[in-house]
Write a protein that binds this ligand. Structure first.
Ligand code: 4NP
Length: 158
């Protein structure tokens, strides 16, 4: 039987800013390379379930050639810990929220997203929600760095 392809989920608080950008950045690279991996995102909170990403997130992705307008928010679920191989939290609170609901035994490797990025270990992706549009450029740069680090993590050229 063929080996299972990697399945990766990004998790932030609302699932309308940071995690959809990381999702979009990796999804774009995966599609471009024809890798067929599963890429998804979710929020530890459920307030934005069913919502499109924040307009500023859609705009920064579009400026960088990536369409995230079709993504919809959802809250993280217990079965995510078995569906995904790697669950990447955007900040320390998100990571704590994941650990709080993780089943005792699960498949997923759960960690801080920037822990995969050389020189950024232990850092959080800053929440741009309450800031201005420039904050979203920084979020996009982090999302790109994370996407390439995930490609390298699974042995695809970064
Ligand atoms: P995200 O940003 O966690 O990167 O999606 C936020 C989005 C919404 C809220 C907070 C952060 N909120 O409080 O509604």
């Amino acid at each position: 039987m063929a080996e299972r392809l990697p399945a990766i989920a990004f998790v932030c608080l609302g699932n309308i800013c940071r995690s959809p950008l990381a999702d979009g950045a990796l999804r774009h690279e995966v599609a471009r390379r024809g890798l067929g991996w599963t890429v998804d995102s979710a929020g530890t909170g459920g307030w934005h379930a069913g919502d499109a990403p924040d307009k500023r997130a859609i705009a920064v992705a579009a400026r960088n050639g990536v369409d995230i307008s079709g993504l919809r928010g959802r809250q993280v679920r217990v079965d995510d810990f078995t569906r995904f191989d790697l669950i990447l939290a955007m900040d320390h609170d998100n990571l704590a929220g994941l650990h709080a609901i993780a089943p005792r035994a699960h498949r997923a490797d759960v960690r801080l997203a920037l822990d995969l990025v050389e020189g950024r270990q232990g850092q959080a992706v800053a929440d741009p929600y309450y800031g201005d549009a420039r904050g979203f450029d920084a979020t996009w740069a982090d999302a790109q760095g994370i996407a390439h680090a995930v490609l390298r993590h699974f042995g695809a050229a970064g």
